[in-house]
Design a protein around this ligand. Structure first.
Ligand SMILES: Cc1cc2nc3c(=O)[nH]c(=O)nc-3n(C[C@H](O)[C@H](O)[C@H](O)COP(=O)(O)OP(=O)(O)OC[C@H]3O[C@@H](n4cnc5c(N)ncnc54)[C@H](O)[C@@H]3O)c2cc1C
Ligand SMILES: *[C@@H]1O[C@H](CO)[C@@H](O)[C@H](O)[C@H]1NC(C)=O
Ligand SMILES: *[C@@H]1O[C@H](CO)[C@@H](O)[C@H](O)[C@H]1NC(C)=O
Ligand SMILES: *[C@@H]1O[C@H](CO)[C@@H](O)[C@H](O)[C@H]1NC(C)=O
Ligand SMILES: *[C@@H]1O[C@H](CO)[C@@H](O)[C@H](O)[C@H]1NC(C)=O
Ligand SMILES: *[C@@H]1O[C@H](CO)[C@@H](O)[C@H](O)[C@H]1NC(C)=O
Ligand SMILES: *[C@@H]1O[C@H](CO)[C@@H](O)[C@H](O)[C@H]1NC(C)=O
Ligand SMILES: *[C@@H]1O[C@H](CO)[C@@H](O)[C@H](O)[C@H]1NC(C)=O
Length: 515
């Protein structure tokens, strides 16, 4: 009787001491209070702002993190990284939350850049310096009405850093001015251990090369970057306006319409980088839809001479309208609400050209009649884009990003929708095989189901990227399913903490020893 009382008494003391040690000397609590004291936020599922902060663009891949850290200063990002990496707690870097694979989030701790919003324009050097949390809409607003454009995305809610690290094309301007990654002059990068480095053509050129197209979430946390802006004065229009055409064919023979377009590209547009296209093809049973967004980065008096011969061919467009838009106007009219209501799955095939066999596959991409799934194929025309060839982006030779997509309402994960789109991609690749027309996949349309993603995204750059990762993130702290692994990586070096089980296990070991 007495004996068991003593045992109970000692057990209680042990447990209390362990809980006390565990809560008092917790560097994570110190990190949290430092972040808050500098105007940052720490969000858990019980906080009212948590849901909006954790919601991803694509609901199909939504995960709910245990903790969202939102530092308000660069120094607090460094502190967060040194604290978390020395505790061996993995983290994910969260930006604009538009990753189709959801790799900006996970069930553990997320380091979110949402409060890092600094943005400065230098008109003298024609550059803009942006913090990690800036989204394109914020940049377009400050440039609106000036003569300048920047190589951002058409969707205004995409994050500037995530976009740029994956290459980042602007479907209206990249033929004239290159990709976002070509336009970066300098990155400020936080390494996994909280050290900070600059990457530019002069300082750490290997990291500079890798960050321009090597993909978000690898190498380090980009705190800030400086990009070139471009004066679009060749349009002879005021306030940075340019001609935007919206040409649509509905329920006609769109195979003929698409072939007419491909002929126009070969005869005219391939040799005129002022012309850009973003095309959407959708077929559903008997009905079909072909919509082309086109921009012309030249004087509007030339529009008729450039486009009319093509547009007079049969089948003629069902609708054809022309607008004078700024970059900000265009992102507003094309804006997709964030977060989207539908779940979606988007893929990509980087193509040298579109052959007849590939067209047939594209025109056959539709769900069976019972499935409640929408499908489309986007064709982004990038022929002879003004590219810097010395970056990690591996596709200076392509003419199109062919990006099929599906969307559905429920459930979160629709195996039929995923299967149908992945099979479509495979059919497209097979159709392109005899002509070697498809050479990879676009990293910014990251696809968690893509086989051979290493060579599909990176081609011949894979080994060099691994070497660079080995130098800058040797223990693979910044890891995610399609991340670039360093050589000799220590697997399981980082684990999600489970404080309670640690206390229970250590108490149990001591109690066993005591008895
Ligand atoms: C509607 C829509 C339209 C799109 N249009 C285009 C387009 O026109 N052209 C184009 O090229 N792409 C386009 N994309 C793809 C888009 O560029 C990528 O999804 C991009 O990765 C999104 O970046 P994010 O910061 O918004 O997303 P996030 O999901 O937050 O981040 C994407 C990846 O980058 C990492 N990351 C984020 N911030 C940092 C940082 N500061 N340092 C290091 N890593 C970081 C994340 O960990 C994650 O792995 C579009 C996507 C959507 C959903
Ligand atoms: C952007 O600038 C254009 C041209 O000056 C103007 O017509 C438009 O209203 C502006 N948009 C916004 C949102 O201010
Ligand atoms: C456009 O601006 C550049 C310099 O930014 C200048 O060299 C060029 O002459 C300008 N062109 C027109 C048509 O104004
Ligand atoms: C383009 O035209 C189509 C068909 O008329 C229309 O549905 C769509 O809203 C238009 N888009 C823009 C951005 O003008
Ligand atoms: C667009 O601008 C051009 C050149 O300034 C002008 O001639 C044309 O009428 C404008 N078009 C529209 C639709 O406003
Ligand atoms: C497409 O490109 C491939 C590879 O460059 C080439 O062999 C083929 O002839 C091209 N086909 C067409 C229709 O342009
Ligand atoms: C058609 O779609 C339904 C609903 O998604 C699916 O259950 C069924 O297997 C599909 N049928 C075929 C033949 O693919
Ligand atoms: C952080 O890591 C980098 C790259 O491995 C290394 O060069 C640097 O010395 C490290 N900094 C600290 C403070 O350990």
């Amino acid at each position: 009787m007495m004996d068991s009382f003593i045992h109970f008494y000692i057990t209680t003391i042990f447990l209390s001491v362990f809980f006390l040690i565990n809560t008092q000397s917790d560097p994570l609590s110190t990190l949290e209070s430092t972040i808050i004291s500098h105007g940052g936020q720490v969000l858990r599922i019980t906080d009212s702002q948590y849901k909006a902060a954790a919601t991803l663009h694509n609901r199909a891949i939504q995960t709910w993190p245990e903790l969202i850290l939102r530092p308000a200063t660069h120094d607090d990002v460094l502190l967060a990284l040194s604290t978390l990496s020395s505790l061996r707690i993995p983290t994910r870097i969260m930006g604009g939350r538009h990753s189709y694979g959801g790799y900006c989030s996970h069930q553990g701790i997320v380091l979110d850049s949402a409060l890092l919003k600094d943005l400065k324009i230098d008109w003298e050097t024609e550059t803009i310096t942006m913090d990690a949390g800036v989204i394109w809409d914020e940049v377009y607003r400050v440039l609106n009405g000036t003569e300048y454009v920047i190589m951002g995305g058409l969707c205004p809610t995409v994050g500037v850093v995530g976009f740029t690290l994956g290459g980042g094309y602007n479907a209206m301007y990249s033929r004239s001015y290159g990709f976002a990654s070509d336009n970066v002059l300098k990155f400020k990068v936080a390494l996994y251990n909280g050290s900070v480095v600059t990457a530019s053509s002069e300082i750490n050129p290997d990291l500079y090369w890798a960050l321009r197209g090597g993909g978000g979430g690898n190498f380090g946390y980009v705190l800030q970057m400086t990009q070139k802006i471009h004066r679009i004065n060749e349009t002879h229009m005021p306030n940075g306006q340019f001609t935007f055409l919206n040409i649509t064919w509905i329920n006609v023979d769109i195979k003929i319409a698409l072939n007419n377009w491909l002929t126009f590209l070969k005869e005219v547009a391939d040799n005129d980088i002022r012309i850009s296209f973003n095309v959407i093809v959708a077929v559903n049973g008997e009905s079909n839809f072909l919509m082309m967004y086109c921009s012309f980065n030249g004087p509007s008096i030339e529009i008729d001479t450039v486009f009319n011969l093509w547009l007079l061919k049969d089948p003629k467009p069902t609708f054809n309208s022309m607008f004078n838009y700024t970059q900000n106007d265009i992102s507003r009219v094309l804006a997709i609400p964030f977060p989207v209501v539908n779940r979606e799955h988007v893929l990509s095939a980087m193509a040298i050209n579109i052959t007849e066999a590939m067209l047939d596959v594209i025109l056959d991409f539709q769900p069976n009649s019972t499935a409640d799934i929408g499908s489309w194929t986007e064709l982004i025309y990038l022929h002879s884009a003004t590219k810097d060839k010395n970056t990690a982006y591996a596709f200076p030779d392509i003419s199109f990003d062919i990006a099929p997509g599906v969307s559905w309402r429920n459930p979160d994960n629709d195996p039929y929708a995923i299967d149908m789109s992945e099979k479509f991609l495979q059919k497209l690749i097979d159709a392109a095989a005899p002509t070697k027309s498809i050479v990879g996949a676009y990293l910014n349309y990251i696809d968690p189901y893509l086989p051979n993603w290493q060579t599909m995204y990176y081609r011949h750059h894979w080994d060099r990227l691994r070497e660079i990762q080995t130098k800058w993130d040797p223990t693979w702290y910044f890891r995610f399913p399609q991340g670039i692994p360093p050589y000799n990586q220590q697997s399981n070096a980082y684990k999600l903490p489970n404080k309670n089980s640690m206390v229970i296990i250590s108490s149990f070991i001591i109690l066993v020893w005591f008895y």
